[in-house]
Design a protein around this ligand. Structure first.
Ligand code: HEC
Length: 159
């Protein structure tokens, strides 16, 4: 192996380390700091925060509509409220915001959207209110779990 190729190898290895470091930062860690209340705080810019919280209010509206619909035996309304916050709604999240979210939070978020789709299908197919309610209670463990571990913080700082 000649000298210049050794140099190529060194560059390649350095680049691989940088790429791995960036992947670790953007895919796994996200843009986070430790917050005073012990939770992990996501550091987002104002617009990203607004979008994130808007999605959250959409979740809460869905939970409200579904509980009311089930209590009225209106499975059609329950299904459409659930699907409105299903996997179809995640296209609205920009990649720049995605890159700031830790992997665990992304997984929890995705599994929540999936669980709403699943609940919607259940309401549509079987229409058993008790099962739909059970699924709602179970998926809400994602809400409480994520809220216990994470909060938002305004700012642009990276760790
Ligand atoms: C993957 C994490 C995650 C999941 C899952 C999640 N949330 Fe949130 N939610 C958050 C974070 C982080 C905040 C900001 C809390 C803070 O800063 O104290 C938040 C805030 C909210 C807010 C406040 C909105 C506002 O305008 O201030 C509501 C309402 C809410 N979530 C409802 C829900 C409901 C209902 C579910 C489940 C169906 C849910 N969330 C699931 C992470 C999550």
């Amino acid at each position: 192996m000649n000298k210049s190729c050794k140099f190529c190898w060194l560059i390649s290895i350095a680049l691989a380390v940088i790429v791995a470091g960036m992947a670790y930062k953007f895919i796994i860690v996200g843009n986070v700091v430790k917050s005073n209340d012990g939770r992990t705080a996501l550091v987002l810019e104002a617009g990203e925060r607004d979008l994130f919280l808007k999605e959250m209010r959409g979740f809460l509206e869905a939970v409200q509509t579904i509980s009311e619909a089930v209590s009225n035996d209106d499975m059609k309304a329950a299904a459409s409220a659930a699907k409105a916050v299903g996997m179809g709604s995640i296209n609205e999240v920009p990649a720049t915001l995605m890159a700031k979210l830790p992997l665990e939070l992304k997984q929890l978020g995705l599994s929540t959207h999936k669980a709403f789709d699943d609940l919607g299908n259940e309401a549509e197919d079987m229409g058993d209110g008790k099962i739909v309610l059970k699924k709602l209670a179970k998926l809400m463990l994602n809400c409480t779990g994520c809220h216990a571990g994470y909060r938002l913080e305004a700012g642009t700082a990276t760790k």
